[in-house]
Design a protein around this ligand. Structure first.
Ligand SMILES: NC(=O)c1ccc[n+]([C@@H]2O[C@H](COP(=O)([O-])OP(=O)(O)OC[C@H]3O[C@@H](n4cnc5c(N)ncnc54)[C@H](OP(=O)(O)O)[C@@H]3O)[C@@H](O)[C@H]2O)c1
Length: 282
């Protein structure tokens, strides 16, 4: 059995979908990874005796993390250390999700797993602390996630563009959009391949700016007359600084036999198809 933590989140929901009946999901209300009582239950097998635990739980509000320091630390740094000891009690392997925001963006070629980390913001610092606290585990660093199951950048772009309003989008930050459905399949492949513990980068493979990503998303949604213009980071100040370049090399994962994710056109087609599906009726 595979246990998915953070099962109510954007990635967690797609991981459950990809793993099907092999997986059981625990949303935060059932298993808060920063709550010692919940973690004690986990370690004692009250949620079952998983062979794998996939940790999709995290505090992900990048800007708010600059203020809500304790909340970010609890979920992203303390939670992984609790989780490590519960996993050891259960003799379960762990896949933990981390982020491109552990890097400062000063490189101009794709980041390797061995490159020096230097987070620019509080979220990145808590996630880096989590990586250090969770070992031994498989750590999958991903970037620029978007998915049908949560609020995300392309959903916002499509919503605003379809209302006819103009969009001004940052064009000087470069990264790789990653579709949660494709990352979820990568996670299933990693379980299947029983990869050794360590850090691996797992992202889409098309570097672009947020501006380019907005244009691709809006056109995938069939909006051809959107008014989108490029701006610079300084024109859109945010509480948390972001790396200017956070492309992650996936070569290590590919060399380990895990297939490259599908391209962005395919991802956006499947994403917009899911957005257009009618809500299931109860
Ligand atoms: N989104 C991105 O662009 C991005 C980029 C790189 C890496 N990542 C990483 O990818 C992973 C998945 O992110 P996501 O985009 O799916 O985020 P998400 O939609 O915010 O999902 C995170 C889930 O974790 C839950 N959670 C928060 N604190 C928790 C705790 N203490 N115990 C248990 N559950 C808790 C949240 O519940 P509540 O909503 O109730 O708090 C939420 O359901 C995270 O590790 C994130 O750091 C995300």
């Amino acid at each position: 059995m595979i246990l998915v933590l953070g099962a109510g989140g954007m990635l967690g929901k797609d991981v459950l979908r990809a793993l099907g009946e092999k997986a059981t999901g625990l949303p935060r209300a059932e298993c808060d990874i920063a709550d010692p009582t919940h973690i004690a239950k986990l370690g004692m097998g009250e949620f079952g005796r998983p062979t794998w635990i996939i940790n999709c739980a995290a505090y992900t509000k990048v800007d708010l993390a600059e203020q809500e320091k304790q909340a970010g630390y609890d979920a992203n740094a303390l939670g992984p250390s609790y989780l490590s000891s519960a996993a050891a009690d259960l003799n379960a392997r762990v896949i933990h999700i981390s982020t491109d925001f552990v890097f400062d963006g000063s490189k101009t070629s794709p980041y390797l797993e061995t490159d020096e980390t230097n987070p620019l913001n509080e979220y990145g610092r808590t996630k880096l602390a989590g990586e250090r606290n969770i070992l031994p585990a498989i750590i999958l660093r991903t970037s620029w996630l978007f998915g049908a199951e949560g609020p995300c950048f392309p959903k916002t772009m499509i919503r605003v563009a379809s209302s006819g309003k103009p969009l001004r989008v940052v064009a000087d930050q470069i990264g790789c959009p990653t579709y949660t459905e494709d990352l979820a399949q990568t996670i299933a492949d990693v379980v299947q391949a029983n990869l050794p513990d360590g850090i691996y980068h797992a992202t889409g493979h098309e570097p672009m700016s947020w501006f380019d990503f907005a244009k691709r998303a809006v056109s995938a949604a069939g909006i051809l007359d959107a008014d989108i213009s490029p701006i610079q980071t300084e024109d859109w100040p945010t509480p948390a600084a972001r790396p200017k370049y956070s492309v992650l090399s996936n070569e290590k994962l590919i060399a380990a036999g895990i297939p490259k994710m599908p391209d962005l056109d395919s991802a956006l087609r499947r994403f917009t198809d899911r957005l257009n599906q009618p809500e299931p009726t109860a």
